[in-house]
Design a protein around this ligand. Structure first.
Ligand code: NAD
Length: 447
């Protein structure tokens, strides 16, 4: 039997209409319940995610799925009163003594479509911001992580009414129908190909979308840095969740004269950071694993040098041809191409000749080069001398640009993303109306 999504949606629509402006206490309470749901069921969450992946590091689940959500909630609960306060807007002299304000208003019903790679945190992080902004939400988690989706489906009704938050399970057909609902805003996290279809479906309802997409995030290594430190950061970013992270470094650009030294440093970092047997993470399914195996085999067949420390470690592919699959599509796994370039200017040209990435990692302490990268490249985020850590800074907007997505959330940026920033104008009691309305004075035209 197909589920009647319209009924679920109408329930939420009515709730949003009846309570168009939940006060601070209600919003903080919803956030507290979201935190309790995550905190009280940590073992269930870990078990569900590990079953979905076959195997996944439990430390990583605690850091990237559970703590990430709890930190976001704590941050929102602490700052919410300030975000909700209407902001003052300046008034042109000729309109004084009127006053103006910017009043954030909830949008209503937010749709959230989440992916499989961080199935708990990427489902709930948009909901944290949607709740903070005073909305209700419908969630469609990924069918590829069916155990985590089923856990969400079971737990959510224990903490929320269907008017506040409801979970819709299902595959592609259900996802398609979900994207056709007339939400007040729709957040989609996933691939660019599906993102385009979601945006088209939403456009038919004039539903604004936030598209959190992916792509190939480069890491550029300049000659002024300590190669061991750069390598450690790159392998950390690639190793997390076995490379199945939207902001994982996808490939590395380095000056050719330092290429072999960097490869040695990366290889050492792989050995140092190698997880023990029970802390490894698997590819999500055999289709995905086969795709990664094919990338490696194709590179091997083309005579690329490959340094492979085993199935659960990043595999270095030295100077692959641009036509290989590993260079044509987002890797989303353990392969790590290392490409030699003549200098950093060539690295910038290489990056700029391709779609804007979600993250651009640059390893350099050279202020001039940092400034040049800020001014001459585009990316969702620009990160110097680290990988992934910007995701953990709640005051930074998180989102892509161009092919890597549109719209950003997290913290205040998420609050504003899921609010309507309403312009409010207050005319003063004693308005000199003869100065504003017809018949117009001559001097008005000179203003
Ligand atoms: P995907 O785009 O393949 O699938 C996402 C979901 O879309 C699926 O669960 C499916 O149910 C649904 N879907 C498929 N066809 C649809 C249609 N026609 N209409 C509506 N929905 C449809 O993505 P994925 O494999 O789950 O995730 C991997 C991708 O997500 C990578 O590209 C990665 O970079 C990206 N990602 C981005 C972020 C971010 O924050 N920017 C985070 C994680 C992952």
């Amino acid at each position: 039997m197909t589920r009647d999504l319209t009924g679920d949606f109408q329930t939420q629509r009515q709730a949003a209409d009846q309570q168009p402006y939940p006060i601070l206490k209600i919003r903080r309470d919803r956030l507290a319940r979201l935190a309790r749901m995550t905190k009280h069921h940590q073992l269930d969450i870990i078990r569900a995610i590990q079953t979905d992946f076959g195997q996944r590091s439990d430390v990583e689940i605690r850091i990237a799925e559970i703590s990430a959500v709890l930190h976001a909630i704590r941050y929102a609960r602490r700052h919410l009163w300030r975000w909700m306060r209407p902001g003052m807007a300046s008034m042109p002299l000729r309109l004084l003594p009127a006053r103006a304000r910017i009043a954030p208003q909830p949008l209503g019903v937010i749709g959230v479509m989440s992916p499989w790679n961080y199935p708990w945190s990427l489902a709930l992080m948009p909901i944290v911001d949607a709740f903070a902004a005073g909305n209700v939400a419908m969630l469609k988690p990924s069918e590829h992580t069916a155990n985590t989706s089923a856990l969400l489906k079971r737990l959510v009704p224990q903490y929320f009414t269907p008017e506040e938050l409801c979970v819709v399970e299902g595959g592609v057909e259900m996802a398609r129908r979900f994207s056709e609902l007339p939400f007040d805003h729709l957040v989609f996290t996933g691939s660019g190909a599906v993102g385009r279809q979601v945006a088209q479906a939403a456009a038919r309802n004039l539903t604004p979308t936030t598209l959190e997409l992916g792509g190939k995030s480069p890491a550029m290594v300049a000659s002024d840095v300590d190669l061991d430190q750069a390598a450690a950061a790159i392998i950390f970013g690639k190793g997390m969740n076995a490379g199945q992270t939207c902001i994982a470094p996808d490939y590395v650009l380095v000056e050719s004269r330092h290429l072999s030294a960097l490869v040695t440093a990366l290889s050492n970092a792989i050995v140092q950071q190698r997880p023990n047997d029970h802390a490894v993470t698997h590819a999500i399914n055999t289709t995905h694993q086969d795709r990664l195996d094919h990338m490696l085999q194709e590179a091997r067949d083309h005579g690329c040098r490959i340094i492979d420390h085993g199935a659960h470690a990043p595999a270095l592919i030295i100077d692959p041809h641009q036509e290989l699959q590993v260079m044509r599509e987002e890797i989303f796994g353990r392969c790590l191409p290392i490409i030699g370039v003549s200098d950093m200017a060539a690295a910038v040209s290489y990056v700029n000749a391709r779609p804007h990435p979600l993250a651009l990692y640059a390893f350099t302490h050279d202020k001039g080069l940092q400034q040049q990268l800020l001014r001459t490249t585009h990316s969702g985020a620009l990160v110097f001398n680290a990988t992934l850590l910007h995701h953990a800074v709640p005051s930074l907007p998180f989102g892509g640009v161009g092919e890597s997505g549109m719209g950003a959330y997290h913290g205040r940026h998420g609050f504003e993303r899921f609010s309507h920033l309403r312009g409010v104008f207050y005319q003063a009691k004693r308005t000199p109306s003869h100065m504003l309305y017809p018949p117009y004075r001559r001097w008005l035209m000179k203003l």
